[in-house]
Design a protein around this ligand. Structure first.
Ligand code: DGL
Length: 267
C-alpha cells in the first residue's frame, strides 16, 4: 500500500484526457496534475527545450511527494522519456508505447495513421514502436500543429476546427488507413471533428486508455495502490491563466476544478 499521490503533467490541458482515464480506473488515488500553460505548446520546441521543461515539471511534482509520474504528453514521451527515466528515481509512465501497442493490435489492413505534434512526428517514436511490434505495418504520420492552440482556446467544435481537421487528415484517408492514433493528449478533445473527418470505418486510438491500464497493473504488481480512501483527492496546478483550464476541465473530466498558479521557473 502506498497512499502518496500520482503525479501527472502535460504542456497544458491535454493531459486532462489522460487524467480522466486514470481517475476512472484508479478512483481511490490522489492526483496532482500540472499543466504548463505558460509555455504551451511544447510540440513546436526543440528536443532540448522539451526535455528541460519536462525536468522542471517532474521536479515540481516530486515536491508533492508523488509515488509515480505519468507523462500525459506525447511530445515529452516521444522525445525525452529515456533521459527522464535515467535522471529521476521514480516510476515514470509514458503514453507512446501503450498507444503504439493498441494501434498494432487494432489494425486489420495494416495501414495506420498517426497524428501528433511536429516534435512527436519528428522523433519517429510511434513509427519505431509500431514497427517493433509488427514491421509489416505501414505507418503514415501527419503533424497537426494548429490543433493544440485550437484546444487551448476551447474551440473544440467550431467550423474552423473542422476545416483544419479536414486539411490535415485528408492525406491519411487517401492511404486507406483503418486505424488512427491520436498521438497528442489534446486531440481526444477534438474527437468529434476527427471522427467526422476520418469516417466511421477508421478506428480512433486514444493512448490514454492503455496508459491508465499500464499504471494500474504496475501499482497492483508493486503493492502500491492507495487503500485508504473511498475517493481520491485531485489537485490541479498550472503555470499561467486558469480560465481555459477550468473550462476544459468540465469537458475532459465532467466537472469543474479550480487550478492554482505556480511559478515553474523556480524548479
Ligand atoms: N498534449 C501534448 C502532447 O501530447 C503537447 C502538445 C503541445 O504542447 O504541443 O503532445
Amino acid at each position: 500500500m502506498d497512499n502518496r499521490p500520482i503525479g501527472i503533467f502535460d504542456s497544458g490541458v491535454g493531459g486532462l484526457t489522460v487524467t480522466n482515464h486514470i481517475i476512472k480506473r484508479l478512483s481511490k488515488e490522489n492526483i496532482v496534475y500540472f499543466g504548463d500553460t505558460a509555455r504551451v505548446p511544447y510540440g513546436s520546441k526543440s528536443k532540448d527545450t522539451i526535455t528541460k521543461f519536462a525536468k522542471q515539471d517532474i521536479r515540481f511534482l516530486l515536491k508533492h511527494n508523488v509515488k509515480a509520474v505519468v507523462i500525459a504528453c506525447n511530445t515529452v514521451s516521444s522525445n525525452s522519456i529515456s533521459e527522464l527515466k535515467s535522471e529521476f528515481d521514480v516510476p515514470i509512465f509514458g503514453v507512446v508505447k501503450p498507444g503504439a501497442e493498441a494501434a498494432a493490435e487494432k489494425t486489420k489492413n495494416k495501414n495506420v495513421g498517426v497524428i501528433a505534434t511536429a516534435a512527436t512526428i519528428r522523433s519517429g517514436a510511434y513509427e519505431k514502436e509500431i514497427l517493433k511490434i509488427d514491421n509489416s505495418i505501414n505507418v503514415y504520420s501527419k503533424a497537426c500543429p494548429l490543433f493544440v492552440p485550437l484546444v487551448e482556446e476551447g474551440w473544440l467544435n467550431e467550423d474552423i476546427t473542422m476545416l483544419t481537421a479536414k486539411k490535415y487528415i485528408s492525406c491519411l484517408i487517401n492511404k486507406n488507413i483503418d486505424t488512427i492514433v491520436m498521438g497528442c493528449t489534446h486531440y481526444p478533445l477534438l474527437k468529434d471533428c476527427i471522427k467526422e473527418t476520418v469516417g466511421c470505418n477508421v478506428e480512433l486510438v486514444d493512448p490514454a486508455y492503455d496508459t491508465a491500464v499500464n499504471l494500474n497493473n504496475y501499482l497492483i504488481k508493486n503493492n502500491m495502490l492507495h487503500d485508504d480512501s473511498p475517493k481520491g483527492e485531485n489537485k490541479f496546478y498550472v503555470s499561467d491563466n486558469t480560465d481555459t483550464f477550468n473550462k476544459i476541465c468540465v469537458q475532459a473530466l465532467g466537472k469543474s476544478f479550480n487550478a492554482n498558479i505556480i511559478n515553474i521557473e523556480e524548479y
